[in-house]
Design a protein. Sequence first.
Length: 341
Amino acid sequence: MIALGIETSCDETSAAAVDDRGRILSNVVHSQQVHGQFGGVVPELASRDHLKKIASVAEQAASEAGGLAAVDLVAATGSPGLMGALLVGHSFASALAASLGKPLVTVNHVEAHVWAAFLQDPGLEPPLVALVVSGGHTSLFHMDSGYRLSLMGRTLDDAAGEAFDKVAKMMGLGYPGGPVIERRAAASAGKPPRFPRALLDEGSLDFSFSGLKTAVLNHLLSLGDAYLSRLGPDGIDGVCRGFQDAVFDVLADKAARAAELSRCRALAVVGGVAANGELRRRFGEMAAREGIKLVVPTPDLCTDNAAMVAWNGWRRHIGGVSGPNENTVKSRAQWPQYRRA
Ligand code: KG4
Ligand code: ZN
């Protein structure tokens, strides 16, 4: 039994086949290159590139898993994301499902990120806390034993990944910013500049990263117009390190607090930023200190991919995962608020 997943919510065109036991048979990801020169994703260009690639990416994913005839279910991301981009993948998936005479399951992209943790560790069971930390989202969820997500906290402004991308842009480091900031931060020697940790001392589980972004910009501008040459390569490494430290201090602290508040002994950290080696190291330390079971998927399952979509689709189809299957495309998602039992 095979589900073919389709993911086009942002700038990755992906298709993957996952069987009903959660084994990944194929996971093809085409990362769009057209956005690099703009320092961020240009929605119209994303839609056009998805349109060019979707058929060949899906064909490859299906053929690596035994061909389209082996597909029993099609799962596609329907929300949240860029409207035009979502429409390309979802329309393709719904036409494919109709032509094969197989069911279509529409999946929420943020929920699918959480399901990457179940692909990674089949032994993982809710209740748990999930930190979704990507380019579009930074949210803390409680997942109950029926696999229902409720929101414990979220960013009030930028997502953490978005802050990585914007800070990289300020220093001319290209897009996406996460991987290059990780590399530059790892190369930093000496004491990095200290940037603010927003909302850390308050009880709230919400995040804010726009003030941190401004603090980095002010730090750069205080060096004058030619701040990049004033900083030099070592100085840039230090700013990357100081910025990354500020982001991860807040993420790790709030995730630990969410686990404590909900009395969960399991934590999943998912989404593109969770591909970061330093984040993984710090969360590993925190989880060991707090006695929490930590699951962080391998980097290819953290960044956008269709395997997580296929697996979420399977589990919704089989039953036991609550929530309606609305076969529609929406750009935004809303979540019920977590209430302490
Ligand atoms: O989950 P994802 O692929 O797409 C969204 O759903 O948004 O996340 C993309 C984000 C980008 O902002 C990118 O800069 C960030 O994840 N990212 C990283 C790393 N790799 C990707 N951030 C920090 N360190 C990384 N190694
Ligand atoms: Zn994503």
